[in-house]
Design a protein around this ligand. Structure first.
Ligand code: AMP
Ligand code: GLY
Length: 454
């Protein structure tokens, strides 16, 4: 069944892509977005509700009732962690997005490690700590074992929009980072800081997102984010500077194996703990020489991955999201002839380039006028992450990541050329972007044996 009235919660680039995709599907009447953004409001068949914030659970329930919403879809992590999905479900509104209890898989890296370990999901070696001394000792032990060639990764627990992770060159840098985190934590509330210390893994990353109804997981096509600010993976970690899909080094067959060894095991473990996961389960992985390893789980669609995945989907998303919200994903998927565990794509590739504001990620500057949006036409898709409509009628910057420009083509090279050409036509003061999104493609690698991943 297709829900005719859908409410999307959020207002960034991921929600722009969701609203655009859902509004174009047969049978959908209006996509409501709360709060949405000025750019999202310009999409046909989309209505925004700027007065209702993404964290305003009561306001969202009221709005959903007023509009007789048949499906709510929650985009960002903060409302999920704050229990907005619980509030909507309690009010009887079918909701695609996990409960606060299940969203801990993203909100706490320590919880994620614990669940993944109990489920037998292969991960980077590591441990969670709430005191500095054992954390430093563990980091020193890891670094020593790795004979100085690899590093140690330190992650602050809690939601940090991809920015709470530091890849340290050695034990001394790890100690400095741990001292800084525990020092800051002690100022806020003594004993409150929690960190994860991990071995540094080497290999290309992959994002595999599955639609889940608590038990059944259906995979979306794999994508790859580029987390570092600068070309050649230099500079600080960001929320993501660009993405592409498909991945030459992660075939549908391999992704299917990963759904079994990662997503379904995590769903099972969460259900065992009384926290059924209904929503988009995002596994961030590194494809190491020894097989794939889980880095993190997110409890939602990725950003900017969603902006390149959704344009490639060969079928309507709305019936699948509703089925997941109702716990009927297996039956609905079979009814749609969706027998493969990875959703089919139309035969195209997509590359998304993020245009970020001056000062991102440390201190993004606002209110720089964006030029060139009117020159893009049908050449590329433009999803707005952080923009406002200024009084002169032009868009201006209003966030760290400002736009994602998505080129679609017959293959990644074609899609990349289109995305680059469109991105070149957009400018604003201090614009930051990478020039190597989807430029250095890894070759196809052989499928790992089942033993290697599980
Ligand atoms: P996370 O928030 O855990 O996904 O970490 C953000 C980024 O930090 C990842 O996308 C990786 O680029 C990097 N990272 C995290 N953990 C590791 C690790 N164990 N080894 C190497 N890089 C890592
Ligand atoms: N692109 C990474 C994330 O959504 O967290």
């Amino acid at each position: 069944m297709t829900p005719t009235r859908i409410l999307v919660v959020g207002g960034g680039g991921r929600e722009h892509a969701l609203a655009w995709k859902l509004a174009g599907e047969p049978g959908v009447n209006t996509i409501h977005v709360a709060p949405g953004s000025a750019a999202i409001a310009l999409e046909p068949r989309v209505q925004t509700h700027p007065e209702v914030a993404a964290l305003d659970a009561r306001g969202l329930v009221r709005l959903a009732r007023q509009l007789a919403i048949e499906l709510a879809v929650i985009g960002p992590e903060a409302p999920l962690a704050a229990g907005v999905a619980d509030a909507l479900r309690t009010a009887g509104i079918p909701t695609f997005g996990p409960s606060a209890a299940a969203a801990r898989i993203e909100a706490s890296k320590a919880f994620c490690r614990d669940v993944a370990a109990a489920a037998g999901v292969p991960m980077a070696e590591g441990r969670a700590f709430s005191d500095p001394a054992p954390a430093v000792a563990y980091a020193r032990g890891l670094a020593a074992r790795m004979d100085g060639t690899a590093g140690v990764v330190v992650k602050a627990d809690g939601l940090a929009a991809g920015k709470g992770v530091t890849v340290c060159a050695g034990a001394d840098e790890a100690e400095a980072e741990l001292t800084a985190i525990f020092g800051a934590g002690a100022e806020q509330a003594p004993g409150s800081a929690r960190v994860v210390v991990e071995e540094r893994l080497v290999g290309p990353e992959a994002s595999l997102i599955a639609l889940c109804d608590g038990r059944v997981a259906i995979g979306l096509p794999p994508a790859r984010d580029h987390k570092r600010l600068l070309d050649d993976d230099e500079g600080p970690n960001t929320g993501g500077m660009g993405a592409y899909s498909p991945l030459p080094d992660l075939s549908t067959e391999r992704a299917t194996v990963l759904l079994d060894t990662v997503h379904r095991r995590i769903l099972g473990e969460l259900e065992r703990r009384g926290a059924r996961f209904v929503g988009a389960l995002y596994a961030g992985m590194i494809l190491t020489a020894d097989g794939p390893r889980l880095l993190e789980c997110n409890a939602r669609f990725g950003d900017p991955e969603t902006q390149v995945i959704l344009p490639r989907l060969g079928l309507a998303l709305a019936p699948l999201l509703l089925a997941a919200a109702r716990g009927e994903l297996g039956r609905t998927a079979a009814g749609l002839g969706l027998l493969d565990p990875i959703v089919q794509t139309v035969d195209r590739a997509a590359v998304g380039i993020v245009l970020a504001a001056a000062g991102y990620p440390a201190a993004p500057r606002r209110d720089d006028a964006i030029m060139g949006l009117d020159t893009i036409g049908d050449d590329a898709l433009v999803f707005h992450s952080g923009s406002v409509l200024a009084s002169d009628g032009r868009f201006a910057t209003a966030g760290g990541r400002v736009l994602t420009i998505v080129g679609r083509g017959v293959d990644l090279a074609d899609a990349r050329a289109r995305a680059e050409a469109a991105a070149d036509r957009i400018s604003f003061a201090g614009l930051q972007r990478r020039r190597d999104i989807a430029a250095n493609l890894p070759g196809a690698s052989p499928a790992p044996t089942l033993a290697a991943i599980g």
